[in-house]
Design a protein around this ligand. Structure first.
Ligand SMILES: Cc1cc2nc3c(=O)[nH]c(=O)nc-3n(C[C@H](O)[C@H](O)[C@H](O)COP(=O)(O)OP(=O)(O)OC[C@H]3O[C@@H](n4cnc5c(N)ncnc54)[C@H](O)[C@@H]3O)c2cc1C
Length: 445
């Protein structure tokens, strides 16, 4: 029997604490792994994908012994530091005259996203989570320009042709929601859910009990894979297992999986200091994505000590899967401008928290999914909306491992493999130019 060892060439560095984490009470992480254990399945990575895989494995076979390890603490990775939109509808409903293929593609994307949202809705109901953790509130899209308004109107009619309910809002109607006069129009879609991402992943992490165990601050340093199973080395322990689920998103490439196929993109968020809710009209909780895909996301959250606004904007390319302080500073300046543009009467509000997070995209927007080596299965490459895509990939890989048939499994098994990216340094130049161009096209949106 031959074996092959995949060593982690680098480990995740998530950077400064996110505002979401700072707003929550401190949490004691689970202990790191400090000895050798044997389990049926080992999951590497405790983000949306890894946690969803663990939950689904436990649902399907409660007797299965499962270990989840994460290099850091649950909530520090991208899954705890995003804007918290679980979006059920594709941003881009394939254009043209709705060829049959285009409709089927959109339907599959909706199925993937709704499976993920239902996964969290079920957990929220079973465990009595409140709406500060998971809120099936729907979401808005907002337009700052006439072109954005036109885009929303076209998008609304495409959704209607798909039979998807949605409501276009005039400038006055969206002002009633957001309390600011700067949006020219809006679109409400009821199927999205909003989450406090750190609270959500922590709540899931706290659900696990024997025979499912979570070990935080436990990086996988190497995976020795063979047809009869794997041995995964960690700094102070090791895991022997029949199967590994790799749920490390872009860090699949750090082990050599998906090499030359994953585009490592960072995006950034800022959260204001708290303000008295009466200072800004409109609803106290809402989330709005931009009319143009590369634009700025805005969200208002409320809490007992006051309300805050989150701004998410800017995408940058970092093949090392790490960003420095200068990138956060550049994004911070942009966020301040975007905030002032949207809330001119509140431009005096200061940003209290700023952070960045990593995402992995593929050229053809498919996940790195399925068997990638003997006894190793991947649910990686979130393609920017892992709240739904990674969650669904985690569910689907768990079902795949246990031979469970589902519609979701059919969609995932029909995905193409990720296409190769141009080699470096061409991709470095190309990715940066492409992001800059698309950001320029998004303009004020
Ligand atoms: C600012 C920001 C805003 C965003 N907003 C949204 C949004 O509103 N909606 C949405 O759907 N998506 C959003 N995203 C994207 C979303 O956060 C990601 O798509 C999603 O978190 C990916 O989940 P994942 O489980 O695939 O990967 P991750 O969350 O990256 O999890 C991978 C885990 O693997 C661990 N890991 C890596 N290597 C190792 C190793 N060697 N050993 C052990 N553990 C390892 C990491 O520590 C990490 O915890 C946003 C992202 C950012 C940064």
């Amino acid at each position: 029997m031959t074996s092959k060892t995949f060593r982690a060439r680098r480990l995740p560095v998530h950077g400064v604490e996110s505002g979401w984490s700072a707003l929550l009470p401190p949490r004691e992480p689970t202990p790191a792994l400090v000895h050798a254990i044997t389990v049926d399945v080992l999951i590497i990575g405790a983000g949306f994908a890894g946690l969803a895989a663990a939950v689904r494995l436990a649902d399907l076979d409660p007797s299965l012994s499962v270990a989840i390890i994460d290099a850091d603490v649950v909530g520090n990775g991208a899954s705890g530091r995003n804007s918290g939109f679980l979006i059920d509808l594709p941003h881009d409903i394939s254009s043209g005259n709705f060829g049959v293929g285009a409709v089927a593609k959109s339907r599959n994307e909706i199925l993937v996203a709704r499976t993920a949202i239902q996964h969290y809705a079920r957990l929220a109901e079973q465990n009595g989570w409140d709406r500060d953790v998971f809120d099936p509130s729907g979401k808005y899209s907002v337009a700052m320009t006439d072109a954005g308004t036109e885009h929303l109107a076209t998008y609304s009619s495409k959704l209607k042709s798909l039979g998807e309910p949605n409501q276009l809002l005039s400038a006055a109607e969206i002002e009633d929601v957001t309390g600011t006069r700067t949006f020219k129009s809006g679109l409400f879609t009821p199927g999205a859910a909003m989450v406090q991402p750190t609270a959500l992943v922590r709540a899931i992490a706290d659900l696990f009990h024997e025979p499912v165990r979570l070990f935080e601050r436990t990086p996988a340093l190497s995976i020795e894979s063979s047809s009869s199973g794997c041995t995964v080395k960690t700094p102070k322990g090791e895991v022997r297992t029949a199967r590994v689920i790799l749920a490390t998103n872009g860090h699949a490439e750090s082990f050599g999986f998906g090499s030359g196929e994953l585009l490592h993109i960072f995006t950034y968020a800022s959260l204001t200091e708290r303000f008295n809710y009466s200072a800004l009209g409109g609803y106290r909780k809402w989330g709005a994505t931009p009319a143009a895909p590369m634009g700025t996301t805005v969200r208002r959250i409320n809490g007992p000590d006051g309300d805050r606004i989150l701004i998410r904007s800017r995408y940058t390319y970092h093949p090392t899967i790490e960003v420095g302080a200068a990138s956060i500073k550049n994004a911070a300046d942009l966020h301040d401008r975007k905030f002032a543009d949207r809330f001119p009467d509140h431009r005096h509000l200061k940003m209290q928290y700023r952070w960045a997070g990593a995402m992995a995209l593929t050229r053809n927007s498919v996940p790195l999914f399925g068997q990638v080596a003997d006894s190793v299965f991947a649910a990686c490459a979130c393609n920017g909306i892992g709240g739904t895509k990674s969650t669904a990939a985690g569910v689907a890989i768990a079902e795949h491992l246990l031979g469970h048939q589902s519609q979701l499994g059919e969609v995932f098994s029909a995905f193409d493999k990720p296409h190769a990216l141009p080699p470096r340094p061409f991709i470095d130049v190309g990715a940066r130019l492409n992001l800059a161009y698309r950001e320029w096209r998004a303009g004020r949106e």
